[in-house]
Ligand binder design. Structure first.
Ligand code: CTP
Length: 433
């Protein structure tokens, strides 16, 4: 329908970007493909014609598919049609853009000119494998437009950038390159890797980390890329590759992947797997916080703020050093007082109850084994224990309601945690004393 509508208006329509890449890959693997995100580009009109062709086409399609929601972005350049859980289409997102190009003062019927505007549109993109187009309108419907050798690169399983300045212009592409390499099982083409290293060495990230307040859009896109990577199953090798390339400098110039950090990330995973199998915590963000927490204390909060992490996350990173020191010091002095095995669960509970779970996890992965164990025990067992009696029970037992209830319940909880009280009778007896 989209190509018919474009054809009616004398335009060309192309499927571009990731969908073409994934179609070709699925074809090669004889696999099936579920595309949820489609990018279309309209092209081939006269100089004076509609800059808003994409929008016009989207509007026409919306008439034909009234269940789709229409969104128009920017200065009438692009539009999107969204089907959210449609019974027939499930969820589908179709972006329709007008070929980004200078308009040529030649008749649009000239195929050279038509091809050159879609060519220019494709040339602005990141990697050859993302810069192919499939023509959808006749007379060459079904033809693959591959000006930059994308198909050969797909076959060679390589991520190749289109031009030398690409990473300087858009440093987030370094992250995208690593992400595609990991996701598809590809490698970075050597010259592309050179360009990445050159961009990093030339200080492309100084711009993002120093002037970040002036480049919030770049920071937002970096955060989005970090999220994509840190929530993917391949996040660990991706991080390693980013580290090898020096690209973690985008978070902070001093951030390096070393054995200590890898150990902490391993502990974090173990903890998230065991403790948070329901995924109530945001795992990618916890990984990012662990990376940031690996920096020297004075940088952490600032980095979190620049990356526009949520408020609670920024606060955690600002004050983790101070809390970690406090937890470690208090547990050590409890152990020094009564011996390592003599520290009572209630003492640990009282010390740790003031912290939220992500803070405790971050403290744990940075602490010694002994402290870590105590925190794990608190998180998995002690934190969930309730006093055997509640306020109602106290009232029924004849205790006069008042602020002393709080102390009584606290004492009861401590006694329950320490195994002094195991049932209601023992609880009543404990209170009577
Ligand atoms: N693109 C780019 N530079 C960027 C981001 C995107 O050139 N920094 C281009 C790429 O050509 C990409 C297209 O815009 O194919 C669409 O972007 P996006 O939807 O993010 O990428 P996909 O290739 O569709 O990736 P995915 O499969 O992860 O959605």
């Amino acid at each position: 329908k989209a190509s018919q509508e474009a054809e009616k208006r004398g335009w060309h329509l192309y499927l571009v970007g990731g969908a073409v890449r994934d179609l070709l890959l699925a074809e090669e693997a004889s696999g099936t493909l579920l595309i949820k995100d489609i990018d279309l580009v309209v092209d081939g009109f006269h100089k004076t014609a509609e800059v808003g062709a994409g929008v016009e086409l989207a509007k026409a399609l919306q008439q034909l598919y009234p269940t789709a929601r229409l969104e128009i972005h920017g200065a009438f350049q692009t539009a999107a049609l969204l089907w959210h859980k449609d019974p027939e289409l499930d969820s589908l997102w179709v972006d329709i853009a007008t070929a980004r190009t200078e308009f040529y003062p030649y008749p649009a019927a000239n195929p050279e000119v038509e091809a050159s505007s879609i060519r220019q549109d494709l040339y602005r993109r990141d990697f050859t494998i993302n810069a192919m187009a499939l023509q959808l309108t006749p007379p060459r419907a079904g033809a693959l437009l591959d000006f930059f050798g994308g198909l050969l690169d797909l076959q060679a399983k390589q991520i190749r950038v289109l031009h030398a300045n690409s990473f300087i212009e858009d440093p987030t592409r370094i992250y995208r390159g690593v992400r595609f390499a990991m996701r598809l099982g590809f490698h970075l083409e050597p010259q592309t890797e050179e360009y990445i290293r050159y961009a990093i060495n030339s200080g492309v990230y100084d711009r993002t980390t120093r002037e970040n307040s002036k480049t919030p859009a770049l920071q937002t896109r970096l955060k989005t890329e970090l999220k994509h990577i840190l929530e993917a199953p391949y996040w660990k090798p991706a991080l390693q590759l980013l580290g090898d390339l020096g690209a973690l400098q985008c978070i902070h110039p001093t951030l390096k992947i070393d054995e200590e950090l890898l150990g902490q990330l391993r502990l974090l995973e173990r903890c998230l797997r065991r403790f948070d199998s329901q995924q109530t915590l945001i795992h990618w963000q916890m990984r990012l916080e662990a990376l940031i927490a690996h920096l020297a204390a004075e940088y952490r909060g600032h980095v979190a703020k620049n990356l526009q992490l949520p408020e609670d996350s920024i606060n955690r990173l600002y004050c983790i050093a101070q809390h970690q020191q406090k937890v470690n010091k208090n547990i050590s002095s409890l152990e020094a007082e009564g011996g390592v095995d003599e520290v009572r669960p209630s003492q640990i509970e009282q010390l740790l109850r003031q912290y939220d779970v992500p803070m405790l996890i971050l403290i744990a992965v940075q602490s010694s084994r002994g402290v870590r164990r105590k925190i794990w025990q608190y998180l998995t067992v002690w934190r969930n224990i309730q006093p055997i009696l509640n306020g109602n029970d106290l009232r029924k037992l004849g205790y006069k309601p008042g602020p002393q209830y709080r102390q009584m319940l606290n004492d009861l909880l401590a006694a329950t945690l320490d195994g002094v009280v195991c049932n209601r009778d023992e609880a009543e007896e404990f209170l009577a004393k």
